[in-house]
Design a protein around this ligand. Structure first.
Ligand code: B1M
Length: 226
C-alpha cells in the first residue's frame, strides 16, 4: 500500500524535524519523496535542510544539543545532499574556470564547503576539492600542481579563521599569491574579516560565492587583456 499523500508544507516540516534529530533514513525518504512530488532541490535545501542545521547550531549554543547530536544531524543532511547534488549541478555549462577548495587546517566541517562545490560545478567550474583540515603546504602544492583561477578557503570556527592569513602568507612565500584569486567563506566569516586577511573575495553562501567568483574572474581576465 502506498503511503498517504502529504502536503508540501507537511513534507518540508517533516524533513526539517527529521534532519534536526538526525534521522538519516527518514531524511533520505522525504528528500526523494519531495523531488518525486515536484519540489525543487533548492526548496528542500533552503526551506528545510539548512534551517534545520541552523536550529541544531542554536540548540548547541544553548546547551540543549551536544556534539553527537550535531554529528548525526550533519550526517543526515550530507545524505540528502548526495541525492540533491546531481540536480543542483545540472546545467550542462561548459568549464568556465578552475577552483581549488578546502576546509582549513584544524576544521572538520565540510557540509557548507560541499554545497559550495556543488554550486561551482553547476555553474561550469572545474572543482578540485582538497577535503578538510587542509594545511597551508597542501594548498600551495595544489595551486602549483593544478594552476587554478581561484583558491577557496572555508572556515567554520572562529578559532580556525586565522588559517586564512596563514594560507595567504604561504601562497605569498611560494610566489603564488598574485597568480590566483583567493576567496574565503564559512559561517563565522564576514566581508570585514576577508578584507583584513587580504582575500580577494568573500561570500556568505554558496550561490553568492559563484556570483562573486564570476565577477572576480571577469575582472582578472579584463585586467590581463588591458
Ligand atoms: Co560544529 N560548530 N563544531 N560541528 N557545527 C558550528 C560551526 C557552530 C557555529 C555551532 C554553534 O555553536 N552554534 C560552532 C562554531 C562556533 C564558532 O566558532 N563561532 C561549532 C563548534 C563549536 C564545533 C566544535 C568545536 C564542537 C566541539 O567539539 N565542542 C567541533 C569542532 C570540530 C572541528 O572542526 N575541529 C564541531 C564539530 C561539528 C560536527 C563534526 C559534529 C558537525 C560537522 C559535520 C560536517 O560538516 N561534516 C558540526 C555541525 C553539523 C555544525 C553546525 C550545526 C552545522 C554546520 C553546517 O553544516 N551548516 C554548525 C552550526 C551552524 O552553522 N549554524 C556548527 C549548514 C551549511 C550549509 O552552512 O556551513 O555556513 P555553512 O556553509 C555555507 C556558508 O558558510 C558558505 O556557503 C555555505 C553554503 O551555503 N561558505 C562559503 C562555506 N564555505 C565557503 C567558501 C567560500 C564562500 C562561501 O569561498 C571559498
Amino acid at each position: 500500500m502506498s503511503p498517504d499523500p502529504i502536503s508540501t508544507s507537511d513534507l518540508l516540516r517533516r524533513l526539517y524535524d527529521y534532519t534536526l534529530v538526525g534521522n538519516g533514513p527518514e531524511v533520505l525518504d522525504l528528500t526523494r519523496q519531495g523531488l518525486q512530488d515536484g519540489l525543487g532541490p533548492e526548496t528542500l535545501l533552503y526551506e528545510a535542510l539548512i534551517p534545520a542545521l541552523e536550529e541544531v547550531g542554536a540548540r548547541f549554543e544553548r546547551g540543549d544539543f551536544f556534539v553527537p547530536e550535531m554529528l548525526i544531524a550533519g550526517k543526515a543532511m550530507a545524505g540528502a545532499l548526495e541525492i540533491l547534488r546531481p540536480l543542483l549541478a545540472e546545467t550542462g555549462a561548459q568549464t568556465i574556470g578552475k577552483i581549488v577548495i578546502g576546509t582549513v587546517k584544524g576544521d572538520v566541517h565540510d557540509i557548507g564547503k560541499n554545497l559550495v562545490n556543488i554550486m561551482f560545478e553547476g555553474a561550469g567550474f572545474q572543482v578540485i576539492d582538497l577535503g578538510v583540515q587542509v594545511a597551508p603546504e597542501k594548498f600551495v602544492a595544489a595551486v602549483q600542481e593544478h594552476r587554478p583561477d581561484i583558491v577557496g578557503f572555508s572556515a567554520f570556527l572562529t578559532t580556525t579563521m586565522p588559517m586564512f592569513k596563514a594560507n595567504i602568507n604561504a601562497l605569498a612565500k611560494a610566489g603564488l599569491r598574485d597568480q590566483v584569486i583567493v576567496m574565503v567563506g564559512g559561517a563565522p566569516v564576514t566581508q570585514e574579516y576577508a578584507d583584513v586577511v587580504g582575500a580577494d573575495g568573500y561570500a556568505a553562501d554558496a550561490s553568492a560565492a559563484v556570483v562573486r567568483a564570476k565577477e572576480l574572474l571577469a575582472m582578472r581576465r579584463a585586467a590581463a587583456l588591458a
